[in-house]
Design a protein around this ligand. Structure first.
Ligand SMILES: [Zn+2]
Length: 181
């Protein structure tokens, strides 16, 4: 299997940027203007479709979904996942069938919902090779039309931005840990 073949870092970075551009529909940037802020943490949010919500929420909660325009709170420290700007029903992390990776800091932390990459895999790869090629692998799969972010990711959006952020954070943590005391 050739899934781990090494590309030059610059090529890899280009692929990720290209994939994000070609996948703009699935990757709306979070908006942090006050008009769209989370009602609790006042942080940035992005619009989420009713279909994504119905796929993510526990079925017994469906009748709490009202007809407002729902948004996904992107703050790591806020337990609210879905809210409406007009203050209708809100849904918290425990209301979903899946763990919201960007709001968790222990246990199994999913990073990419379409292809199943998680923090454990990233840590292993960085420990082994000093870097992670997961963004390039995700970018290649997106280009092949393989992603299903609106159906798989609680935010309804492409995971690449979050994956890149997590890899940077994990790499920095691991560098600190591996330095001699
Ligand atoms: Zn929030």
């Amino acid at each position: 299997m050739d899934c781990c073949s090494h590309e030059k870092a610059s090529d890899g970075a280009l692929n990720v940027a290209e994939a994000l551009v070609s996948d703009q529909q699935n990757a709306p940037a979070p908006q942090d203007d006050p008009e769209h802020a989370c009602l609790t943490c006042r942080g940035a949010s992005r619009p989420v479709t009713r279909k994504t919500m119905l796929l993510m929420l526990k079925p017994e909660l469906f009748d709490r979904v009202d007809d407002g325009e729902y948004r996904f709170c992107t703050s790591a420290n806020c337990r609210i996942v879905y809210f409406t700007e007009r203050g209708g029903s809100i849904f918290m992390t425990e209301d979903l069938r899946v763990r919201v990776g960007l709001k968790e800091c222990e246990g199994e932390i999913p990073l990419c919902y379409c292809f199943g990459f998680d923090e454990v895999g990233v840590r292993e790869e960085i420990a082994r090779t000093g870097r992670s090629a997961i963004p390039q692998r995700i970018a290649a799969l997106i280009k092949q039309g393989m992603c299903a972010c609106p159906e798989r990711n609680p935010s309804g959006a492409c995971c690449l931005g979050e994956v890149n952020k997590s890899i940077k954070r994990l790499a920095a943590e691991m560098t600190v840990l591996s330095q001699p005391v």
